[in-house]
Design a binder for this molecule. Structure first.
Ligand code: ADP
Length: 569
């Protein structure tokens, strides 16, 4: 239960952290996008103002050199044609006024000559645009119109006659023209701009509340200077109510945060600031958070699904490995049990054989003692040649007893499987050494039809099988008067077929399928019923086969098939 709570808490933390990270990243990316866009808008507007300023400057330059203007200055007064000409220029250029001042700063010709506020006769000698132009400068100046009370840019240039400046031509462009033109540019509607001079006074802005305000608070002395220059007539220049942050890249005004970008205006000291509002939560933002939410949810579901799968897989692995361990344990137990059974079967066979073995060992021993006594007498008589012959016979008998003892030992011992190509004849002879005494006791005649061939077996185990089969045959013939054991071998297709045929009563028909079953026996005494089942297992471990049937001539036939060499698996 507590694990579930921890998991749920982890998922909740993952969701919250993921959404917070998405929010932060989106915020930063949108801010960066906004900065780039604002910078582009600032440059677009600055370029537009640049191009308009240079267009007006060129018009003024052209007028200052025109024959009509120069002639008017030379004459000192203007005809209506001059006024009309200036009016045409004003109309065509989009300027608000174009006028000509004589060397004293008095207007002698003007485009607004027919209007009520005609400048004709007015004196503007106090205006910087006159003062500087009469001294030969090409001027761009800003001022609040004395009569019109309109903000405007003044473009002025001296009119030279014989190399001496004797008048000034002036073109005035209304500031509002630039502000409305901004809307026509490809700049955002919501963005706002300010264009300010070296005194930090805003000359242009599409926000009327910022016009003729300063971007930062002006010192008292500067205020007085501005008043005396009458550039803004007698207006007080108040500072705009905003805070500029982050080294002039962010502005907060009226609780609204703006991204700010700057751009200079060529050939002037004016600077342009473009401000774009930062929307706290844009639509893009909401959409991204929704996508992040869905993705995180899918991720959580995937993790949950995988963890369930993994737990199942782990469980499977665990049960598989514990199953394997159990199987291994059981296999070892079975192997041990089988070993014990084999030994028990062997001991049972030895028990059955012991009487015969006794007899077989006693016989040579008695013979040996007889030969030993005779040898003593022969030595006493000095017949050493005969004595030596007796001793050779004694040695032969000793070898026979050794052989029987060795076979019995190896038969009863437990040993590891050692496969090899062994001589078939040798294996049969070895088995007969063990079982021979019993066969002799029962006067069984043995008929061998063998071939000298190798078989792929573990010789010790193979001999055990043979001992078993010979012993069974002997027992089956116990009640028969004719006791005959035939051992026949033949080869076919790299295989050896060995038949052991007895002259007993044969296997009862109903028992043919059961005799290889463990513990199947018809012998009430001494019978364990393991001999054939173990023999079959041993032969199968050689990749061979052991089968039984009744021979057509009577008696049982046990057929063993074996490989001559190690078979290719
Ligand atoms: P056991 O000899 O202890 O009974 P085996 O597994 O060697 O165990 O033999 C099982 C049974 O097969 C015997 O009890 C016997 O009935 C039958 N059997 C084995 N060999 C022969 C044979 N040569 N002739 C007839 N029956 C046999």
């Amino acid at each position: 239960m507590s694990n579930q709570i921890i998991k749920f808490a982890m998922y909740a933390v993952l969701l919250i952290v993921g959404l917070a990270a998405t929010h932060q990243l989106t915020k930063e990316q949108l801010l960066e996008d906004n900065r780039v866009r604002t910078q582009r808008h600032a440059q677009q507007l600055a370029q537009y103002i640049d191009s308009e300023f240079s267009r007006y400057s060129r018009i003024v330059e052209f007028l200052s050199d025109s024959a009509m203007v120069r002639q008017t200055i030379s004459l000192g007064n203007a005809t209506d044609d001059v006024d009309r000409y200036l009016n045409d220029v004003q109309q065509a250029s989009g300027a608000s006024d174009v006028y000509l001042l004589d060397r004293n700063g008095t207007v002698i010709a003007t485009s607004n000559w027919l209007l009520e506020h005609s400048y004709k006769g007015n004196n503007f000698a106090f205006r910087p645009y006159f003062k500087r132009a009469i001294q030969g400068q090409s001027v761009i100046d800003f001022a609040l119109g004395q009569r019109s009370k309109q903000r405007g840019f003044y473009f002025s240039q001296g009119v030279a006659i014989d190399g001496e400046i004797q008048g000034v031509i002036v073109l005035k462009a209304n500031a509002s023209k630039f502000e409305t033109d901004k809307a026509r540019l490809d700049t955002s509607d919501s963005s706002q701009f300010v264009l300010f001079d070296t005194n930090k006074v805003v000359l242009l802005s599409n926000n009327p509340q910022w016009q003729l305000h300063s971007v930062s608070t002006l010192p008292e002395q500067q205020q007085r200077q501005l008043q005396s220059s009458q550039q803004f007539l007698f207006r007080d220049i108040a500072a705009i109510d905003w805070q500029v942050h982050d080294s002039q890249t962010m502005v907060r005004a009226n609780k609204q945060l703006y991204v700010m970008s700057q751009a200079p205006i060529t050939d002037t000291d004016y600077r342009l600031w473009m401000l774009s509002p930062i929307s706290p939560f844009a639509d893009t933002h909401a959409a991204r958070l929704a996508v992040a939410f869905v993705v995180l949810l899918l991720l959580i579901l995937l993790v949950e699904y995988l963890s369930v799968k993994l737990a199942g897989y782990r469980q499977l692995l665990f049960s598989q490995s514990s199953l394997e361990a159990q199987v291994q344990e059981r296999t070892i137990e079975l192997e041990q049990a089988q070993d014990a059974l084999i030994r028990a079967a062997k001991l049972a066979t030895i028990g059955q054989l012991s009487a015969s073995v006794n007899h077989e060992i006693n016989q040579p021993l008695s013979a040996m003692s007889a030969y030993a006594a005779a040898t003593k007498r022969l030595i006493a008589r000095g017949e050493t040649d005969k004595a030596l012959e007796n001793i050779a016979l004694i040695e032969q008998l000793i070898r026979r007893v050794h052989a029987i003892a060795a076979q019995l030992k190896s038969f009863s011992q437990k040993h590891d499987n050692k496969m090899c190509e062994a001589s078939l004849v040798q294996c049969i002879d070895n088995a007969l050494i063990v079982v021979g005494p019993e066969l002799n006791r029962h006067q069984v005649s043995i008929e061998k039809t063998l071939i000298d061939v190798n078989v792929w077996v573990d010789p010790y185990q193979f001999e055990q099988v043979l001992v078993n089969l010979f012993s069974n045959a002997c027992q089956a013939m116990e009640q028969q008067s004719n006791k005959q054991l035939r051992v026949e071998a033949m080869t076919q297709d790299a295989k050896v077929y060995l038949s052991i045929i007895d002259s007993g009563l044969g296997i009862e028909h109903h028992a043919l399928n059961s005799i290889f079953e463990p513990f199947y026996t018809t012998k009430s005494e001494h019978g364990l019923g393991l001999g054939l089942s173990i023999s079959k297992q041993i032969i199968e471990s050689f990749h061979g086969n052991l089968s039984a049937h009744n021979h057509p001539d009577g008696g049982a036939e046990f057929l063993i098939s074996l490989h001559q060499q190690e078979p290719e698996s």
